[in-house]
Design a protein around this ligand. Structure first.
Ligand code: FES
Ligand code: FE2
Length: 428
């Protein structure tokens, strides 16, 4: 089908309890997603800790547009369009690096890492009216950061980043405040997954683990204390766990496993105390945050399991960036974040937990990529095109902070994301 043009068409495609499968398969709808979501709203590019030294840069994309996140010699992080001001060549071909000057490969124009045009070869041919200061790198129309998370938007106006983050800001804090100083180290690199499926499949789905990851869940029962099992006592996705699915508004959603983790925090802390420096870590957290908040943060374990709409997820120790390439082609970048100012044994524990589930040798993440590809294939059958998302609709309720909560396997999270999708897609 063709992409709907009228606002009412998106209202038809995304209904309260069901959505039309074409939103995952129609290339014309994907084009509108690029224009109305990825080239208009706030996207996360990553964290400043990926580029800690002056001159460090990372070339990435803002939707489909090439951009450059770079720390200048003055220490400031900026985001520029990755495009030479001469004839438009991409300036950085390497994805990461460190440069004082960025030289265009085509005709050799040279820029400072703060954006100014430094040198133009054979400049005398440009005449007297040519001024180098008019040809610095073009900043992205809007850039804001929240505690080092860098967000950018191609729209020159719109809601502020804090308005966009809304209630979800606290989950970025939870991720960072697992360190007593609130600082992270994101220099370990990145691992990537690319799957032949739509970007919206990378959701927050508490219904699937028992089935998609059945072998992993079984192993947790047999191996308490190992890998991710260290974080989960019993089954975090069953109704009796006390856990929740949470729609924090603006498309930001999480699998909120705080209730079960808080219930078992003493066992978790006993495990940490056995590690070298574990006692010091707990003491430093209490010193930094006070006993009550420290206990809560330790229960969270720096893992808000949150999706910040549309392209950032904080799961375990990962900063995950979702990069849609085509309607049925998606790349997911996973940056492991280490905590600064903690004993090495704490980061080692977190890394081992991460590896047990994620990454090429992880027991869980490859399941998801496989499922997403099969989901894309199944949606190719269009005789009955609707996708049913009513699970828990009757029992979801509003929490005191205004967010909407459901049971751990309820589709409150998908409904929250798709409500925001519909809102953004319907804005002319
Ligand atoms: S396109 Fe960059 S110097 Fe010509
Ligand atoms: Fe999964």
């Amino acid at each position: 089908m063709n992409a709907p043009q009228a606002l009412s068409d998106y209202a038809h495609l995304v209904q309260t309890d069901r959505i039309h499968g074409s939103i995952y398969t129609d290339p014309a709808i994907f084009e509108q997603e690029m224009a109305r979501i990825f080239h208009r709203g706030w996207l996360c590019l990553g964290h400043e800790a990926e580029i800690p030294q002056p001159g460090d840069f990372r070339a990435t994309t803002l939707g489909r547009q090439p951009v450059l996140m770079v720390r200048g010699d003055d220490g400031q992080v900026r985001v520029f369009m990755n495009r030479c001001r001469h004839r438009g060549m991409t300036l950085c071909e390497d994805e990461t690096g460190n440069e004082k000057f960025l030289r265009c490969w085509y005709h050799g124009w040279v820029y400072r890492n703060t954006g100014e045009l430094e040198d133009v070869p054979l400049a005398n041919a440009y005449g007297a009216q040519f001024r180098r200061e008019d040809f610095g790198l073009t900043p992205v129309p809007r850039m804001e950061s929240y505690r080092g998370f860098v967000f950018a938007s191609l729209a020159p106006t719109g809601q502020s980043l804090l308005e966009h983050l809304g209630l979800a800001r606290r989950y970025l804090d939870i991720f960072l405040d697992a360190s007593p100083t609130g600082e992270i180290d994101v220099t370990a690199g990145v691992h990537r997954t690319r799957y032949r499926g739509n970007w919206k499949f990378v959701g927050m789905d508490g219904y699937h683990p028992h089935y998609t990851h059945r072998s992993v869940m079984d192993s947790w029962k047999r191996r308490p204390g190992g890998g991710m099992a260290n974080l989960h006592h019993g089954d975090p996705f069953c109704d009796e766990s006390g856990n929740l699915t949470r729609d924090a508004g603006n498309g930001h959603v999480l699998l909120d496993m705080f209730p079960s983790r808080l219930a078992h925090v003493d066992e978790y802390l006993a495990g940490i105390r056995k590690r070298p420096g574990g006692e010091d870590y707990i003491a430093a957290m209490q010193e930094a945050h006070g006993p009550q908040r420290a206990r809560e943060l330790l229960a969270w374990a720096g893992d808000p399991h949150v999706g910040i709409y549309p392209n950032l997820q904080l799961i375990g120790i990962q900063i995950r960036i979702i990069r849609p390439l085509a309607v049925d082609d998606t790349e997911v970048l996973m940056f492991p974040a280490l905590l600064k100012d903690v004993p090495p044994s704490i980061n080692e524990m977190r890394l081992r937990q991460h590896e047990s589930f994620y990454g090429p040798a992880g027991a869980g993440a490859p399941d998801d990529a496989e499922i997403f590809e099969r989901n894309q294939q199944g949606l190719g059958a269009t005789v009955e095109p609707w996708v049913y998302l009513a699970r828990g609709l009757e029992r979801e309720r509003q929490d005191t902070d205004g967010s909407i909560i459901g049971m751990p396997g309820d589709e409150t999270t998908q409904r929250g994301q798709l409500r925001e999708w519909k809102r953004m897609m319907s804005e002319a």
